[in-house]
Design a protein around this ligand. Structure first.
Ligand SMILES: NC(=O)N[C@@H](CC(=O)O)C(=O)O
Ligand SMILES: [Zn+2]
Ligand SMILES: [Zn+2]
Length: 353
C-alpha cells in the first residue's frame, strides 16, 4: 500500500484570490501547495484590460509572504467592449494566460459579462489566431432554464456554436459538473478543448448540500448536481485523459456572506484540495494518476513546462483539517469533504503564516 507520494508541484487552473485583505488572507494557502494558478478576473470592478491585469498581478505579488514563491497566471474578463488589440498585446507580452467568459448574470460578480455572443466574435477570432485559451463559465442564464440544467443547455446552445464558428479557438470548460460536459470533452476531435474539475464536484452531490438541512458552504456555481453525474466526473479526472485537469475554483467569501439569508456562491477549498484529492484518487484505485490530474495535464493544455520542484503527500491517521481561516476581511470557512481524510502534504508545501 502506498503511503507516500511525491509529484511535481501542482498548479491550480482556476482560482479566485479576490483583493485587499481577503487576498492577503487566502493567497498563502494556495501558494503553500500550488506553484502557479490561473487567476480569475471577477473582481469588482472586473479585470477587463491589460493594464488592470498588470496592476492586479502587482497586488498579488505584494501580498505574497516573504519566502513563498507563486506565479499568478493572469486572465482578462471578457466584456462586449473588450478590444481585440488590448487582448493580443497582453497575451504577447506574457502578461495574461487566458481570457475568461462569464455569461452575464451567471455567477458571482458576472454583471459585466456577455449577453450577445456575436459582439465578442472579433475577440474570439483574434484569440484563435494567437492560440490564447478562452476559459468559460458554462451556464445559460435564461430564467426559464432550471438551475440544474444550465450547463448542459449552455453546451448545446452557446458553446458548441461558438466553437463551430471559431475554428482553432482553444477552450477550457471551467468547473464541469455534469456527465454531459465530460462526454462533450471526450467526444472532441479538434484537440482544442480541455476542462477543469473542482474538488467539491468530485466529492459531493446535491444531496450533501440539501438533505437534512441546507449547507451554505456547499453552495457554489455551477451548483452541485444529481449524484448520477459524479461518477462521470470522477472517471474523467482519474482516468488519465490529458484533457481533464484540476481547477479548484477555490472561491472564498467571508462567513457572514455564506451564512446569510441569500448565500454567496463559492467553496473555499485551497487549503485542503490536495489532501482531499489524494483520498479520492486512492479510493478509486487511481493514486498513480493524481500526478497527471494535478501536475501534468494542465501545463500540457496551457503549453507550459511541468514544475521541476516537487511536493510530497503522506498517508496516516485521519487528519484534522482546518475549519476556518482568519482574514482581515473576516473568517472564511474551509471546505469540509464530509469524509475522513488520511493524506497530508508533508514536503514541498511551504507553511502559510
Ligand atoms: N464558483 C462559485 O460558486 N463562485 C465563484 C464564481 C465562479 O467561478 O463561477 C466566485 O467568484 O465566488
Ligand atoms: Zn464560474
Ligand atoms: Zn470560479
Amino acid at each position: 500500500m502506498t503511503t507516500r507520494l511525491t509529484i511535481p508541484r501542482p498548479d491550480d487552473w482556476h482560482l479566485h484570490l479576490r483583493d485587499g485583505e481577503m487576498l492577503k488572507g487566502v493567497l498563502p494557502h494556495s501558494a503553500a501547495h500550488f506553484a502557479r494558478a490561473i487567476i480569475m478576473p471577477n473582481l469588482v470592478p472586473p479585470v477587463v484590460r491589460g493594464a488592470h491585469a498588470a496592476a492586479y498581478r502587482e497586488r498579488i505579488m505584494a501580498a505574497l509572504p516573504e519566502g513563498m514563491t507563486f506565479e499568478p497566471l493572469m486572465t482578462l474578463y471578457l466584456t462586449e467592449d473588450t478590444d481585440p488589440d488590448d487582448v493580443a498585446a497582453a497575451a504577447e507580452s506574457g502578461l495574461i494566460a487566458a481570457v475568461k467568459l462569464y455569461p452575464a448574470g451567471a455567477t458571482t460578480n458576472s454583471a459585466s459579462g456577455v449577453t450577445d455572443f456575436d459582439r465578442v466574435r472579433p475577440v474570439l477570432e483574434r484569440m484563435a489566431e494567437i492560440s490564447l485559451p478562452l476559459c468559460v463559465h458554462g451556464e445559460v442564464t435564461r430564467a426559464e432554464i432550471d438551475i440544474f440544467d444550465r450547463e448542459a443547455v449552455f453546451i448545446e446552445e452557446v458553446l458548441d456554436p461558438i466553437r463551430q464558428a471559431t475554428p482553432g479557438l482553444r477552450v477550457v470548460m471551467e468547473h464541469i459538473t455534469t456527465r454531459d460536459a465530460a462526454e462533450y470533452v471526450q467526444a472532441d476531435t479538434t484537440g482544442d478543448l480541455g476542462a477543469t474539475i473542482t474538488v467539491q464536484h468530485l466529492m459531493l452531490d446535491r444531496n450533501d448540500m440539501l438533505v437534512g438541512g441546507m449547507r451554505p458552504h456547499y453552495y457554489c456555481l455551477p451548483i452541485l448536481k444529481r449524484g448520477t453525474h459524479r461518477p462521470a466526473l470522477v472517471a474523467a479526472a482519474t482516468g488519465g485523459d490529458e484533457r481533464f485537469f484540476l481547477g479548484t475554483d477555490s472561491a472564498p467569501h467571508p462567513l457572514d456572506r455564506k451564512e446569510a439569508e441569500c448565500c454567496a456562491a463559492g467553496c473555499f477549498t485551497a487549503p485542503v484540495a490536495l489532501a482531499c484529492l489524494a483520498e479520492l484518487f486512492e479510493a478509486e484505485g487511481a493514486l498513480d494518476r493524481l500526478e497527471g490530474f494535478v501536475s501534468r495535464h494542465g501545463p500540457g493544455f496551457y503549453r507550459r513546462p511541468v514544475n521541476t520542484a516537487t511536493l510530497t503527500l503522506e498517508k496516516g491517521d485521519p487528519v484534522d483539517l482546518p475549519d476556518r481561516v482568519e482574514t482581515g476581511a473576516g473568517p472564511v470557512v474551509v471546505f469540509d469533504p464530509n469524509r475522513p481524510i488520511h493524506w497530508r502534504v508533508t514536503e514541498g508545501g511551504a507553511a502559510p503564516r
